[in-house]
Structures are given as C-alpha cells and as structure tokens.
Write a protein of this length. Structure first.
Length: 122
C-alpha cells in the first residue's frame, strides 16, 4: 500500500511540474529574458527615476506582459520600484516601454526586472 501512495504522490508532483513549464501564459524563466532595460536613471534634481526598455516576444502567440522594475543604488539597495505592463506584443515583435519609479531617487542607479508574467492572448 505504501508503494502505491508513493507512486501516486510522485505522479501528482510530476504533473504539477509539467504545468509550471507552460509557454502559453504560465510562468517560465524565459519570460524574464523577454524584457530588457535599455536605460535607467535618476534625475539630477532627485525626482522619480525613469527606466526604458523593450519586450521581445519570441513565442508563437500574441502576449501581454506585466513586470516590476527595481531601481537600485550602487550598493544594491532598492531605492524605488515600479510596476509596468504592455497589453499586447505580437509574435516575433518587439515593443518599447517606459516606467517611472514610485519614489524619488538621486545618484547613479541600475535597474533590475523582476516578476515578469507573459499571458497568451487570443
């Protein structure tokens, strides 16, 4: 009986692992690779920082994207963040995006893209 329970649990976990590998809107590692930061800067006066970049949709389906941008100081500390999205990027196409941080920041910054979600669209 124990062998049957182990086999059932293993099969169930294997099925969940396969669900996580979806390319049709599920989360996967390559979604983050779709989003690239081209510029990241604070204004000299200390206003809210701005990041700009591109999204390259390498899938076979039109997709919508949401993601977060974290603005980091030279020590790697988060000084601001933003949530952004692009409603539709056609298959094989590239779209541009611009986002502004939620709080003011000064000095040299780098940007990090996180929590990318790609959703296949009809």
């Amino acid at each position: 009986m124990q062998g049957i329970l182990r086999l059932t649990a293993t099969a169930a976990l294997g099925g969940l692992a396969l669900l996580g590998c979806s390319d049709d809107g599920g989360s996967s590692d390559d979604e983050t690779d779709d989003v690239e930061v081209k510029s990241c800067a604070a204004s000299p006066g200390g206003d809210k920082p701005v990041a700009q970049g591109t999204i390259a949709n390498g899938t076979s389906k039109a997709s919508g994207y949401t993601f977060q941008v974290k603005f980091l100081d030279p020590a790697g500390n988060e000084v601001s963040q933003a949530t952004n999205g692009v409603g539709r990027v056609e298959p094989g196409a590239t779209a541009t995006w611009t986002t502004q941080g939620a709080t003011s920041a000064k000095g040299q910054l780098t940007c990090k893209v996180e929590n990318v979600t790609r959703t296949a669209l009809p």
